[in-house]
Design a protein around this ligand. Structure first.
Ligand SMILES: Cc1cc2nc3c(=O)[nH]c(=O)nc-3n(C[C@H](O)[C@H](O)[C@H](O)COP(=O)(O)OP(=O)(O)OC[C@H]3O[C@@H](n4cnc5c(N)ncnc54)[C@H](O)[C@@H]3O)c2cc1C
Length: 474
């Protein structure tokens, strides 16, 4: 759509000219996320207060203007892409930590505080905010809540959802609401807080978050185990789970991904000839940690590890995690586009998930490096493609459909943490029944009667939204 200029003036007046962007460059830049398939907004607004957000929402509601919210723009499914144009609200000025309450072990933050910044602040006070998406140095807490982000530590600590106590949010009709409370228990009314977690910016605009903290673990121990191939590495994970060991993280990385990260970091990460790597970390009190890390090492040896290396100090631990966090960027050097799917299966079915990927890879002759949160059954399956190669794109499309159908057949899910956005919207019906999708549509209508907030996302499939301009990149 293109915005009526007179209406545009009203929107700009809400935030002031200094905080509005209408030039083509800004509209395109704010129109993408890590999916790298974008669409420009008509106008970008950078409000500072919930009251300003509420006035913008009310104007959009009254005049039926699409409104899309953007956190840090690191999402992988196009959630923050304004697929139908209109207003893009960037939350970047909501960047203050408002309170760290050590006694009650909670933090109150504005929605766009960077995840890693909060972690650093609370850890300095002996507290811990566990959710740790690999994007933690870039992504914002509001985006994490909107996507219910996971990360390596979810195997022990759970996903973002577990840490959200209360929210301040602006409804698409313009009201400012508060849900939840600072208490650890609260059963008054429907749990709207948890309904908004994972709602991908389709139900409300989050402006303030009250987050639960836990005590910082006293010590950590981290090891990496090199295996000749992916089967042995997967076997090690199965043995750990069978032995009832619950490390804080169990990550797995395949050979292609290891090669890419070594090239990206320009240093060796694993011994030559390694076919897969497992990174495991345990945390807690010193005695328990020693016992657990020993059991992790034993499981890795029993599964055929060629080398088990324990990080001797914080620098070695950080070097290992640097390699893990660099993976998403490193893979980009392998092909012009990375189609990143965060498939998830029940933990015990991870071997079947890798078998599924191997079959799809062979059938369609595609490069599909895999890595991820093996302890959660959540593996990042990356289709590396060249959009200019029509044949390869067609094969990737088929491969994608087979992977999605395959994980659902394995009692898994097409998304463990990245959400649906517009990229996976056409596949929602693979996993959800028509009755469930109809109920979701009614929930959406209750929040957003005119359907102005983040249209074209999640359950709302429209062929127009799939024809996104692939040339708009960030
Ligand atoms: C290198 C890399 C590694 C990653 N690793 C992980 C990982 O380990 N685990 C994981 O879960 N994800 C991961 N991601 C994906 C991404 O970082 C997460 O989905 C993250 O939660 C998105 O946060 P954001 O602030 O960038 O949100 P955005 O991309 O800006 O937005 C994401 C969605 O949230 C909505 N939204 C954002 N802010 C608000 C708000 N204030 N109110 C309402 N809705 C809002 C948007 O409308 C959109 O639908 C990774 C991404 C990258 C690039």
């Amino acid at each position: 759509m293109s915005l009526d200029p007179a209406l545009g003036v009203q929107f700009v007046a809400v935030v002031g000219e200094a905080w509005a962007r209408a030039d083509a460059g800004s509209c395109a830049r704010y129109g993408t996320d890590a999916l790298m398939r974008g669409h420009p907004a008509d106008l970008v607004l950078l409000p500072e207060t919930a009251a300003e957000v509420a006035r913008i929402a009310a104007l959009c509601h009254t005049h039926r203007v699409p409104l899309t919210v953007r956190g840090a723009g690191t999402g992988y499914t196009g959630g923050a892409v304004p697929v139908r144009g209109g207003i893009l609200v960037s939350m970047e000025r909501f960047n203050r930590i408002l309170e760290i309450d050590e006694g009650n072990q909670l933090a109150v933050v504005q929605a766009n505080v960077i995840t890693g910044d909060l972690q650093r602040e609370v850890e300095a006070r002996g507290l811990f905010y566990p959710p740790d998406p690999a994007s933690l140095k870039q992504s914002a807490l509001g985006g994490n809540v909107a996507e219910n982000a996971g990360g390596p530590r979810a195997v022990k600590y759970g996903t973002t959802r577990r840490y959200v106590l209360a929210l301040e949010a602006v409804l698409p009709t313009g009201e400012i609401i508060r849900t939840g409370s600072k208490t650890v228990k609260n059963v008054v009314g429907y749990d709207l807080t948890q309904l908004l977690v994972g709602s991908e910016g389709t139900l409300a605009i989050l402006t303030e978050l009250t987050l639960r903290l836990v005590p910082k673990p006293a010590v950590q121990a981290t090891l990496s185990a090199a295996f000749p191939g992916i089967d042995e590495a997967v076997d090690a994970v199965s043995r750990l789970l069978a032995a009832r060991v619950v490390p804080a993280t169990i990550e797995i990385i395949d050979a292609v991904s290891l090669g890419a990260v070594e090239a990206y970091l320009d240093r060796p990460v694993v011994p030559a000839g390694t076919g897969a790597l497992v990174i495991a970390e345990v945390d807690g009190f010193p005695g328990g940690v020693e016992e657990e890390i020993t059991r992790v090492a034993s499981a890795c040896h029993a599964a055929g590890a060629t080398e088990v290396r324990r990080a001797r100090d914080e620098a070695e631990r950080e070097a290992l995690w640097e390699a893990r966090r660099a993976l998403s960027f490193a893979l980009r050097a392998l092909a012009p586009r990375k189609i990143n799917h965060d498939l998830v299966v029940p933990r015990g079915r991870v071997p079947e998930l890798f078998a599924l990927v191997a079959a799809v890879r062979a059938r369609h002759d595609l490069l599909i490096p895999c890595f991820g949160h093996a302890g959660d059954g959540n593996i990042h399956v990356n289709l590396m493609v060249d959009p200019a190669n029509d044949d390869e794109m067609a094969r990737a499309h088929l491969a994608e459909q087979e992977l999605f159908a395959g994980v659902v057949a394995l009692e898994g899910s097409i998304s463990g943490e990245h959400g649906i956005g517009f990229a996976k919207a056409p596949y929602l019906g693979l996993e959800l029944s028509p009755d469930v999708m109809a109920l979701m549509a009614r929930v959406k209508a209750a929040f957003d009667p005119h359907g102005i907030l983040n249209p074209g996302k999640m359950w709302e499939v429209d062929s127009r939204d799939q024809e996104i301009d692939p040339e708009i990149r960030r």
